[in-house]
Design a protein around this ligand. Sequence first.
Ligand SMILES: [Zn+2]
Length: 260
Amino acid sequence: MNMREQLQKLAELSQIEAQIKLIEGELERVPADAQKAQDGADNIKGELDGLERTHLDAESERRRLEGDLQMERGNLRKWQARLDNIRDEREHSALLSEMGTQKRGIRALENKILDAMENLEALAGDIAKLRPDYEKALEEAQGLWGEVDGELSDLRSEKNVRVEARDARIELLAPAVVARYRRIAERRQTGVTIIKDETCQSCFRSIPPQLVLQVYRGEIMEGCPSCQRIMIHESFIEADETPAQESIEDEGANAAAAPA
Ligand SMILES: [Zn+2]
């Protein structure tokens, strides 16, 4: 590829990358409302899941307490049976006292179970109250996604077309040229600038006529003396049927044609 062709490919690369940036902006802007609604629904879902986990934990704690209670009641029944067979007075009263302790333990367990059941009921109430909120929020989010789905998939395929076009340009250009372009683009948004009427169209400084002539002839790959962007003469863009247009079509391309 001669110098002129390389400069043309660079100009196309820059134009395509500007278009990609625009599409990426749209890809963020278009689903913003749906994403916000989705985040809201996800938050409620997180809260709901947390309540349900707490409810499960509380339920297994209640079952554990019920198990303990059954066991303690069983023990008490055994002791009661033993008590009926004890004739010795001291042994009898010692067992009675132990059974008193046992009964207090059972009452304490019964109270705990009542508390646990109240807690479970309150949690179930909270869950029942929150679930319709979640369903409503989810429905709203799904509706909003539905409104933008088509547009999003169009944008994604538009982006894919341009990404392929970009990669094709990069493959054609020498790696050193691409690297230089990238270094400038990193600092200055765009790596190339159009020279029109002896003026850099990015920084609007005048370019010395001799330099403009060389740029016009496509003899050099030089940075603008002021902004360092690689200079490309406007005639390169206007004179040729830009191959980028083949894959990009006219829609949207016009808006992005001017380098930023
Ligand atoms: Zn400049």
